[in-house]
Design a protein around this ligand. Structure first.
Ligand code: TRP
Length: 363
C-alpha cells in the first residue's frame, strides 16, 4: 500500500512556534525522508470559514501568510502538494455523504468540538458548519487515501472521528476508504507548546505567540518582557521552580546539546541547568538569553527564506494553483469510487441500465 500524508492548517493567522514544534517541523522531516509516496498539505480555508463566516477577508489574507510560512520552513512543492481546500469541491461532496454516517450525539461528544464550543461561548448557537467540521476533516483525509496524518495532540479526537467514519463507510458500502493513523510529535515537550504567558495554548487572541515571521527584536521582546518564569524567583540566589516555567518548557522543546555548549557553557546537560536553577544562583536573564540564541538558530533561516519568497508573491499563488489542480484530480478519483460504492453512479453503471431495461421489458 502507498504511504500517503495529508495534513493542513486553518488560515486564520500567521503560523507560530506552537504550529512549528507541533507539526511543521516534523512535516518537513517527513517530506525529506523520502519514505512517503505522496504528501498533501492543505490550507483549510473552508474549515476556517466555519467559525469566521463573517470575516472572509481575514481568511483570504491569511492564505498567502500560511503559504509563505510553509515555503519558509522548507515545504517544497517538488515534494509536497500544497493546495487550497475550498478549491477542491469534491471535499464538500464527500462531507455531505459522510454526514449520514455520524450522529449529533457523537459530534457533541467530540472533545475538540466540545471545548471549542465552551471557549467561544457558542452553546447551541454554534454554526452547523462548525459543529460538523470533524466530518469535513474526515473528507479531507480520506479523499487523498491518507495513511498518515501528522498533527498536534489536539487533533486526536478528529482522527478518531475520521477512523470511525471510515469503518462505518467500509462496512456499509464496501471497502472504498483507507483508515488513517495519527502521527504525533515525538518530543513530549512539543505535544502542546504553551504560550509565552504559560497559558495552555499559543493563540493570537491571548497575545502569547511567537510567530515564525516575527523579527529578531520581536522574539527578543516576547522572551525578555513577556515570558512567564517563576514569580517566586525574585533574586538570583532564590531557589527556582521548573514546572510551569516557560523558559524551561521552551528549552525542552527547542534546545540541543551543541547549543547548550555554545551558549551556556559549564553544564553537562539541561538537567544540570535545571538543578542549578532549583538550588538558586541562576538568573532568569541568563537563561532567557540562552533561549533567545536557541530560537534564533531556528528562526533566522526561516525568516531569511521568507524575505526571499515575499519578493515574488505571484509565484506563491502559482504553486498553490498547481497543487490545487493536482489535489483536485486525486480527490475526484476517490469521489467516483465512493459514489460507485454507494451505488449513486447511475450513468456510469452499464449493468444498472441493462437490468432496469430488462425489468421494464418483462411483460
Ligand atoms: N483542523 C486542523 C487545524 O485546525 C486543520 C485541518 C483541516 C486538518 N483538515 C485537516 C489537519 C485534515 C489534518 C487533516 O489545524
Amino acid at each position: 500500500m502507498e504511504k500517503i500524508i495529508l495534513t493542513g492548517d486553518r488560515p486564520t493567522g500567521r503560523l507560530h512556534l506552537g504550529h512549528y514544534v507541533g507539526s511543521l517541523k516534523r512535516r518537513v522531516e517527513l517530506q525529506n525522508s523520502g519514505e512517503y509516496d505522496k504528501i498533501f498539505i492543505m490550507i483549510a480555508d473552508a474549515q476556517a470559514l466555519t467559525d469566521n463566516a463573517d470575516n472572509p477577508e481575514k481568511v483570504r489574507q491569511n492564505i498567502v501568510e500560511v503559504a509563505l510560512d510553509y515555503r519558509s520552513v522548507g515545504l517544497d512543492p517538488e515534494k509536497s502538494t500544497l493546495f487550497i481546500q475550498s478549491m477542491v469541491p469534491e471535499l464538500t461532496e464527500l462531507t455531505f455523504y459522510y454526514a449520514n454516517l455520524v450522529t449529533v450525539s457523537r459530534l457533541q461528544r467530540n472533545p475538540t468540538v466540545k471545548s471549542e464550543i465552551q471557549m467561544r461561548n457558542f452553546e447551541t448557537s454554534i454554526p452547523v458548519g462548525f459543529f460538523t467540521y470533524p466530518i469535513s476533516q474526515a473528507a479531507d483525509i480520506t479523499a487523498f487515501k491518507a495513511t498518515t496524518v501528522p498533527v498536534g495532540e489536539d487533533q486526536m479526537p478528529m482522527l478518531e472521528q475520521c477512523q470511525e467514519i471510515v469503518r462505518k463507510f467500509n462496512s456499509v458500502y464496501g471497502e472504498a476508504l483507507v483508515e488513517p493513523k495519527i502521527l504525533l510529535p515525538s518530543n513530549s515537550a512539543c505535544l502542546r507548546l504553551p504560550g509565552t504567558d504559560g497559558k495552555a495554548k499559543m493563540s493570537k487572541s491571548l497575545g502569547n505567540c511567537i510567530y515564525l515571521s516575527d523579527s529578531a527584536d520581536a522574539v527578543k521582546e516576547a522572551i525578555m518582557k513577556r515570558m512567564y518564569t517563576d514569580p517566586l524567583h525574585i533574586n538570583v540566589a532564590d531557589p527556582g521552580h521548573i514546572e510551569g516555567n516557560m523558559v524551561f518548557t521552551y528549552l525542552d522543546a527547542f534546545s540541543n546539546q551543541a547549543q547548550l555548549e555554545a551558549y551556556l557553557p559549564g553544564y553537562a546537560n539541561l538537567d544540570e541547568v535545571k538543578e542549578h536553577y532549583k538550588r538558586g544562583g541562576l538568573g532568569d536573564v541568563k537563561l532567557k538569553r540562552f533561549l533567545i540564541n536557541v530560537l534564533e538558530d531556528e528562526l533566522a533561516p526561516i525568516r531569511a527564506r521568507r524575505a526571499e519568497y515575499e519578493k515574488d508573491i505571484p509565484a506563491v499563488y502559482d504553486i498553490l494553483k498547481k497543487g490545487t489542480e493536482a489535489a483536485h484530480e486525486v480527490a475526484a478519483k476517490t469521489l467516483s469510487e465512493v459514489k460507485a460504492a454507494m451505488k449513486i453512479n447511475y450513468f456510469d453503471d452499464v449493468e444498472l441500465i441493462k437490468a432496469q431495461s430488462e425489468k421494464y421489458q418483462r411483460n
